[in-house]
Design a binder for this molecule. Structure first.
Ligand SMILES: Cc1cc2nc3c(=O)[nH]c(=O)nc-3n(C[C@H](O)[C@H](O)[C@H](O)COP(=O)(O)OP(=O)(O)OC[C@H]3O[C@@H](n4cnc5c(N)ncnc54)[C@H](O)[C@@H]3O)c2cc1C
Length: 464
């Protein structure tokens, strides 16, 4: 009696041989899909994992909600000038992993230059040009150097992948302080304006739990700031994901919605993709979407998983490329508030508006600590821009958005008391529980290179 193709694949899977031998057209053919690892989310973590696992002979399928790979990394190409404008990820620390990932696809990297126009400070609530707390370059340089020493001496464990935290005690207590309190205890207030611009999408910087700020402003990131050694892709960072998309081919199911997930002896997912329902059977699941409860719709979460994912609070972040009539070329407007500590702009609000590579187009960044509908954010941005009436800039009008992108939920965090109660040990203990592994910014921090390093560390478990 001859075995059918599906039975052969099933026999390989149940013999623990994996489906490295499975034909690569399974996802394209419309039938059930058998794979070693099903990856939910094709952003930084999911795409990196898919490539790395395929390189090692495993059969993967990526289930991606949108019509493209890259997640927060996306390049807008201006049809008029041809300019490539990164509306998400722009810079990467210079390390072998970053060079190898771009190098594999021949996507060129060059040194990022931050030389640009001097910022003009505007209170977007009133439109007035105002003075802002601005440390001198010497004060900032000294604060950054001290900050690096503090990271190295007091918190070296933050360099490890994931959240490997100390037991409750003085060190953990320091990390659970609001960041504003932490900087003033160390006399590092000079960091604030710079960190405010890097920590977009993290909510109020002064109230943010110090752990999250320090994990994000890592030694690699601050070292790159000090040395001016960040890399960027001159043709747009999105080229990395365009190339990955070609390589992964039919192993990515785009515009897909997960309807049902059952985990027991292996993982079975029902997915609605391109108007059809597909069944995916995998030995393991790698979850890389933001781990907030709505992302798990249709999953068979148990009480332990649900309690952990329900603890995450979300921050919201939007970026846009806008046409703004009356905006002088080469001008950058930074939102500040004369009546707040260190003049940090309150949220919701614009972070900054600045020029990009396309004449007549401007980058706009907007943040909020609570949910806002996109239409409301667009209206608020337009009203804020129309209000600007500083000595040098006035009479602006937002005439349209070339692209508008909602990055929410962006930073997902838990309350300090949950961290003190061992939240991250419990989260870490979920790795492998019910054949499910996790990667992405919530399990590391919002940095592509750091996310890739975390995936590298997970590979042995996924390959075992
Ligand atoms: C504006 C902006 C600028 C940034 N700049 C930099 C920078 O310069 N340098 C840097 O290193 N980092 C930067 N970051 C941070 C960096 O982008 C993130 O750390 C990184 O993208 C996180 O990777 P991830 O895989 O966790 O999430 P993402 O890359 O967002 O990937 C998640 C993927 O999951 C998909 N998804 C979500 N829900 C589901 C679901 N239910 N089912 C299926 N798929 C789903 C999403 O569509 C997305 O493709 C920036 C982020 C933003 C928003």
């Amino acid at each position: 009696m001859g075995l059918g193709r599906r039975q052969v694949l099933g026999a390989f899977a149940s013999a623990g041989l994996g489906s490295a031998f499975a034909p690569r057209d399974a996802a394209a053919s419309g039938g059930d899909i058998q794979c070693d690892v099903c990856i939910v989310g094709g952003g930084a973590a999911g795409t990196y994992a898919a490539l790395a696992l395929r390189d090692r002979g495993l059969r993967v399928v990526v289930v991606e909600r949108s019509d493209r790979l890259g997640g927060h990394c996306e390049t807008y190409r201006d049809p008029t000038s041809g300019a490539a404008i990164d509306i998400g990820v722009i810079v990467f620390p210079d390390n072998p992993l970053v060079r190898a990932h771009f190098g594999r696809f021949g996507v060129p990297l060059s040194n990022a230059s931050f030389a640009g126009p001097a910022s003009q400070f505007v209170d977007f609530r009133t439109g007035q040009g105002v003075a802002a707390f601005q440390p001198t370059p010497l004060e900032l340089g000294t604060a950054l150097a001290t900050y690096l020493q503090v990271l190295e001496i007091r918190y070296p464990f933050l360099e490890q992948n994931g959240f490997q935290l100390p037991e409750p005690g003085p060190i953990l207590d320091e990390l659970l302080l609001p960041f504003g309190q932490w900087v003033s205890q160390l006399g590092l207030e000079a960091l604030l304006p710079t960190f405010f611009l890097y920590e977009q999408g993290f909510g109020s910087l002064l109230d943010a739990t110090t752990l999250y700020v320090l994990k994000n402003m890592s030694r690699a990131v601050v070292g790159a700031v000090l040395q001016g050694s960040f890399l960027m892709a001159p043709g747009g960072a999105g080229a990395l994901y365009d190339a990955a998309s070609v390589e992964l081919g039919a192993d990515v199911l785009y515009q897909s919605e997960i309807c049902h997930v059952e985990r027991g002896n292996g993982v079975c997912l029902r997915v609605r993709s391109a108007g059809a329902e597909r069944t995916i059977r995998a030995a393991r699941l790698l979850f890389t979407a933001p781990p907030v409860l709505p992302s798990f719709a249709g999953f068979d979460l148990d009480g332990r998983e649900r309690a952990l994912f329900a603890s995450f609070q979300r921050h919201h972040y939007w970026t846009a490329v806008a046409q703004i009539a009356g905006m002088p070329p080469g001008v950058s407007l930074v939102n500040v508030a004369p009546d707040t500590p260190f003049n940090l702009a309150p949220l919701p609000g614009i972070y900054s508006i600045g020029p990009n590579a396309a004449p007549g187009l401007f980058d706009v960044k907007y943040g909020s600590e609570h949910f806002l509908p996109d239409l409301q954010v667009k209206r608020r941005i337009a009203a804020d821009i129309a209000r600007v009436a500083s000595d040098q800039v006035s009479g602006l009008e937002l005439t349209g958005f070339a692209i508008f992108k909602n990055h929410s939920p962006y930073s997902v965090v838990v309350a300090p008391e949950r961290i003190r109660d061992g939240f991250y040990s419990s989260l870490q203990a979920l790795q492998g529980y019910r054949q499910t592994y996790y990667a992405g910014a919530a399990f590391q921090t919002h940095s592509s290179a750091a996310v890739w390093a975390h995936v590298e560390e997970l590979l042995p478990a996924l390959l075992a």
